[in-house]
Every structure is written in structure tokens, then in C-alpha cells.
Design a protein around this ligand. Structure first.
Ligand code: AMP
Length: 282
């Protein structure tokens, strides 16, 4: 497995690989890898001939006061996991290689980036779409794999790829969870065992919502209030939002069709997100 730091060398390797007729898969990550990331990598290995995993803690997707500097960085352990899986190449540029001092061009999916997460993290998706567009240009993957754990991110990236005619298929993989139900996340590394137990409330509230929907409830406000009550009972929580949307991120009042329930909740000093999707038919 080759580790590549320079965007130019990565571009060269990708172009040469493409010319041999091999299909290229890309899994973008910020490292601190866990089984959620590995599920994405396994999918890419199944779908394509040559898999590149990028590891880059992308400064432009963190807002002022967010956890960029303390975000977990475990590069050598990550590298080992990826080599064991049979990944072909790790792309791990430094921040100034992707963002030289005179950098000034951004990619933004304008409306979709402003709702849900965007209301609380107004510059987040601009950073995500910019770095992913750069990765697409450097690596030119045939397939790029993203987790449904970051539902809005996957929707925004699909939109960007369509709007800007990137020749890449975006594939999404279901959320990988702890036995407790807590979605695996690099940020779970911030938690003590006691905090991990409280963090399960996000998933519990989603399962409760699912149960209500299966019992016939269709009014979004009722379901969201019940989830809020459930979360408020857990000490140290503060809700940023609970939303029920369609696949284009439009909030629904009455539920039908394919829906996603998403939420962002602070647990002490750490902000967590989670979601589940359900298909209610007509
Ligand atoms: P990150 O390193 O947090 O930027 O995540 C890199 C990719 O892994 C994104 O596409 C995430 O959606 C995905 N991912 C993160 N956690 C999980 C999880 N628990 N299950 C599935 N995919 C995940």
C-alpha cells in the first residue's frame, strides 16, 4: 500500500491507474478510523479495482471554536488497518498542500448547505464540498463511497456531483453502530464510559420515533416533541435540532414516502449527529 502526500503524485498515480483500464474507488475520511470507515472501504474494494482512502482533517469544514485542533489523529494505526484490508493507496496531504496561502476558490451547494447542520455550522458544507471536489479532481474516482451516518453530507455531495458533472458514482453505506446502538464516530474517542452510556440517547430517541411511526403516527411535530422529551431527560444534553425530511432535505409536516429523521445533540462538550431513514410508502 502506497502512502502519498503530494497532490501531484496522487494525480499521476490515478491517471496511470485509469489508463490501465482499472476502475478507481475513493473513500474520503478524516482518519481516526473505526469500523464505520472500514465498512466504506470494504464496499469500495468490492466495487472497484483500485481503492484510494484519503485521510485529511480538513480545516475548511471546521468553524471557529470547533474541534479542529483537538480532532483525534491516529495516522499509523489507520495506515495499518487499511493495509490489512488490501487498500491500494492512502492519500494524506498536508493542509498547505491542499490549501496554499493564496487559495481562494470554493465550491458551495447553496441551499442544501444552509439547512439542518448548516443552520448551526454555516460554513461547514462549503468546506466539505470544496475538499471533496478537490479530491475528485485529483483522484478522478469512478466510485466514491460515503456513510449514511452523515446523511446530509451524502445528499449535498450527490447534488454537487450532479450539478458540476463530476463523472463519479456516489455510493452510500448504512451507519455502523456500537452494540448499544450509538453510531460509531471518531468523536466517540472524546467520551468516558459513563458519557458513552448517556450518548446512546440519540439512537434511543430515533428508535422511539420509529416505533411511533410504525404504530401509525404521521405528524412530524408529535414525533419530534416526544424525541425532545426523551433527550431532555438525559443529563448534559442540549439539542441543536431534530428534523424529519424527505430525500432532498425538505422538512415534512406529515410523513409519507422515504423519510429521514436527523438530529444533532450536544452531550457535555461534544456535538453528536445521528439519523435513521424509513420508507413509509404512499
Ligand atoms: P469522517 O472521517 O468522520 O469524515 O467520515 C468519513 C466517512 O465515513 C464519511 O462518509 C462518513 O459518513 C463515514 N462514516 C463515519 N462514521 C460512520 C459510521 N458509523 N457508519 C458508516 N459510515 C460512517
Amino acid at each position: 500500500m502506497k502512502t502519498i502526500k503530494s497532490p501531484k503524485s496522487m494525480q499521476l498515480l490515478s491517471r496511470r491507474t485509469g489508463q490501465t483500464g482499472k476502475s478507481i474507488g475513493l473513500v474520503p475520511t478524516m482518519g481516526a478510523l473505526h469500523k464505520g470507515h472500514l465498512a466504506l472501504v470494504e464496499r469500495a474494494l468490492k466495487l472497484t479495482d483500485f481503492v484510494v482512502v484519503s485521510i485529511f482533517v480538513n480545516p475548511t469544514q471546521f468553524g471557529a471554536g470547533e474541534d479542529f485542533s483537538r480532532y483525534p489523529r491516529t495516522f499509523s494505526a489507520d495506515r495499518k488497518l487499511l493495509a490489512e484490508l488490501g487498500v491500494d493507496s492512502v492519500f494524506a496531504p498536508s493542509a498547505d498542500q491542499l490549501y496554499p496561502a493564496d487559495f481562494e476558490t470554493y465550491v458551495a451547494v447553496e441551499k442544501m448547505s444552509q439547512v439542518l447542520e448548516g443552520e448551526f455550522r454555516p460554513t461547514h458544507f462549503r468546506g466539505v464540498t470544496t475538499v471533496v471536489a478537490k479530491l475528485f479532481n485529483i483522484i478522478r474516482p469512478d466510485v466514491a463511497v460515503f456513510g449514511r451516518k452523515d446523511f446530509q453530507q451524502a445528499v449535498v455531495i450527490k447534488k454537487m456531483a450532479r450539478d458540476l458533472n463530476f463523472d463519479v458514482k456516489i455510493v452510500t453505506v448504512p451507519t455502523v453502530r456500537e452494540k448499544s446502538g450509538l453510531a460509531k464516530s471518531s468523536r466517540n474517542k472524546y467520551f468516558s464510559p459513563e458519557q458513552l452510556r448517556r450518548a446512546v440517547v440519540l439512537y434511543d430517541s430515533l428508535k422511539m420515533a420509529e416505533k411511533m411511526i410504525k404504530a401509525g403516527h404521521r405528524q412530524a411535530s408529535k414525533i419530534k416533541s416526544a424525541m425532545k422529551r426523551r433527550i431532555d431527560q438525559t443529563p448534559g444534553t442540549r439539542i441543536d435540532y431534530i428534523a424529519i425530511t424527505d430525500e432532498e432535505l425538505n422538512e415534512l409536516k406529515r410523513l409519507s414516502g422515504k423519510i429521514t429523521i436527523s438530529l444533532a445533540v450536544w452531550l457535555d462538550e461534544v456535538r453528536l449527529i445521528d439519523n435513521i431513514s424509513l420508507n413509509l410508502g404512499k
